[in-house]
Design a protein around this ligand. Structure first.
Ligand SMILES: [Zn+2]
Length: 90
């Protein structure tokens, strides 16, 4: 074998090694990103549930006041089960 052939084989082998290490590093980075997203997932859902409960309490406060009839649109006390104008139940 000539010297040039050996050099070509060495260069090709080093290129292959570079490609393999690149693929491994990209796979590790993708795994880390997925883990970070999974870790952030429960936190974001907990924050969403917290905001949901707060808005639910706000709705509960509004529910004890005046409501609009979904049929005729007239206002009436939320303690009433049916609209006094048209009789539509809530
Ligand atoms: Zn009504």
């Amino acid at each position: 074998m000539t010297m040039e052939l050996w050099i070509v084989i060495l260069v090709a082998a080093s290129l292959l090694l570079n490609v393999v290490t690149l693929i491994l590093v990209i796979g590790l980075i993708r795994r880390n990103n997925a883990g970070a997203q999974a870790g952030a997932g429960p936190l974001s859902t907990a924050a969403a549930s917290n905001s949901g409960t707060s808005s639910g309490s706000d709705l509960g406060g509004a529910d004890s006041g005046v409501v609009f009839c979904r049929s005729c649109g007239s206002q009436f006390d939320s303690k009433l089960n049916a609209c006094p104008a048209c009789g539509t139940t809530r």
